[in-house]
Write a protein that binds this ligand. Structure first.
Ligand SMILES: [Zn+2]
Length: 102
């Protein structure tokens, strides 16, 4: 399985190096420290809102996972900084990852 095929089915896995166990973000085929292979070890569904902005009726949040990975996510209800959110949808659109959280 690859990170992108899992993500497009709504599963967000943490890409990790098999040798040094560090998180590889953005996802890549090889570790940028030791060139080790990457495995998808852990599936996560919850992250923390770092900041957000509003555009029309939607909110765009920066959500942090595992204290390390930050992604942009859409949210329809009103976000709060520091709030824990769950991934509602994820996928790839025009080459970019997208997330929707609640
Ligand atoms: Zn490594």
């Amino acid at each position: 399985m690859s990170f992108e095929s899992e993500l497009s089915q709504g599963s967000f896995y943490i890409p990790e190096c098999v040798k040094c166990s560090i998180i590889i973000w953005p996802p890549s085929e090889f570790c940028n420290q030791c060139f080790g292979e990457i495995v998808l070890r852990k599936k996560i569904s919850e992250g923390k809102i770092i900041e957000f902005s509003r555009k029309d009726e939607e909110y765009f949040c920066i959500v942090e996972f595992e204290n390390q990975i930050r992604v942009m996510a859409k949210m329809t209800n009103i976000p709060k900084v520091g709030q824990m959110v769950k991934i509602l949808k994820s996928g790839i659109s025009k080459g970019n990852y997208f997330f929707e959280v609640t």
